[in-house]
Design a protein around this ligand. Structure first.
Ligand code: BGC
Length: 355
């Protein structure tokens, strides 16, 4: 009887030992198996938009997300609707959700600095998307050559009118791009302003790039009874506001107006004749470059940059793409050829541009 109890006891001990040997390793995270697979969580990347007002930003967001997901990452999207405290708290939330990289379209190039510092302190890398983030430590900047954008705008308008009263309707004073495009335009206009050929009769920024603000600026100038011979509008949204004000004085199509973004409505206005030109920036190239960079950085790699841009605190490795001027003459060979808009979309309009 005693012997039997011994045997049963030994058998129970052996069973316990076997159970431990078989199952215990599964409880170790590094051992593979069930818990090990939990380790292979996808890399999280944050994409924090300033706002979705212009047509382009949804495209940016979709193309960025598609590319990052193709590379195995998961993207958490945020949009602050131009509210700085909201963007700051969205960035903080992204940090606490464990993102490795945050790609930011700044609602305000300077005011979001505290959130950027928090990201850096948490070991999260930051990429400024399209708009430079100023006075902060950031890891990269993906955009277009925005000074070139401004040069193309001024040249586009000068191709039509070389002398007279010029108006400059700028972008948002909280967006570094507004200063870059203005610098480009002014570099082209300056010699003619100095020689007296051109008088700068209006020179104003547009809060949040709001077309309604651009309309008000143009309208209050025209309401004084003064004349304008050409308008450099910093993007297609502000161009829309300007053209509305011109139209009320029966001047639409008579005064050249520039733009930027090759929005569908602007492309329609160009073939219709109320807007002179726009600047086409192939967004897919920008979004893909940013997604590739973000995924590389999430994996601890930093692809080499060809240029740097000083943001007031450091020289930021920059990846800058080339913009293209678009007029009625090359619409089909640029925007349409690239599939940015179809021929039918751009040319279907006859009498009623949608904006
Ligand atoms: C972008 C433009 C855009 C504007 C308003 C700028 O930073 O470069 O493409 O039209 O913001 O959203």
């Amino acid at each position: 009887m005693k012997k039997m109890l011994w045997v049963v006891g030994l058998l129970i001990l052996a069973a316990i030992a076997a159970w431990i040997i078989v199952f215990f390793p599964l409880a170790q995270p590094s051992s593979g198996g069930v818990a090990g697979s939990q380790d292979k969580k996808p890399v999280l990347i944050g994409f924090a938009l300033g706002a979705l007002r212009e047509e382009r930003w949804l495209t940016d967001e979709n193309l960025f997300t598609a590319r990052a997901e193709e590379l195995g990452a998961v993207v958490i999207q945020e949009n602050s609707n131009y509210d700085v405290p909201t963007q700051i708290s969205q960035i903080e939330n992204l940090i606490s959700q464990g993102v490795k990289v945050i790609v930011v379209v700044a609602a305000d190039s300077k005011a979001i600095a505290p959130a950027i510092e928090e990201a850096q302190n948490a070991g999260v890398r930051v990429i400024a998307y399209d708009r430079l983030i100023e006075n902060s430590t950031i890891d990269g900047y993906v955009s277009f050559d925005n000074v070139k954008v401004g040069e193309l705008q001024a040249e586009g308008v000068l191709a039509v009118v070389q002398k007279g009263n010029f108006a400059y309707i700028g972008g948002a004073p909280t967006d570094n791009n507004a200063f870059l495009v203005k610098r480009g335009s002014m570099a082209v206009l300056d010699p003619k302003i100095k020689s007296g050929d051109i008088t700068l009769v209006l020179d104003q920024f547009t809060p949040n790039w709001d077309p309604a603000e651009a309309y008000k600026t143009m309208k209050s100038y025209l309401d004084t009874g003064k004349t304008v011979d050409a308008v450099i509008a910093a993007n297609d949204g502000t161009a829309f506001g300007v053209i509305q004000a011109l139209a009320e004085k029966r001047l639409a199509g008579k005064v050249p107006v520039s733009g930027q973004d090759a929005e569908l409505s602007a492309s329609q206005r160009i073939v219709w004749g109320t807007q002179t030109m726009t600047v086409y920036k192939p967004i897919k190239a920008e979004a893909v470059a940013a997604a590739d960079l973000a995924v590389a950085m999430a994996g601890g790699r930093t692809p080499p940059a060809t240029v740097t841009t000083n943001n007031g605190k450091m020289d930021v490795p920059s990846y800058l793409l080339a913009p293209t001027a678009v007029t009625k003459a090359n619409m089909a060979g640029t925007v349409v050829k690239d599939g940015f808009h179809t021929y039918a979309e751009v040319y279907q309009i006859s009498s009623t541009p949608s904006r």
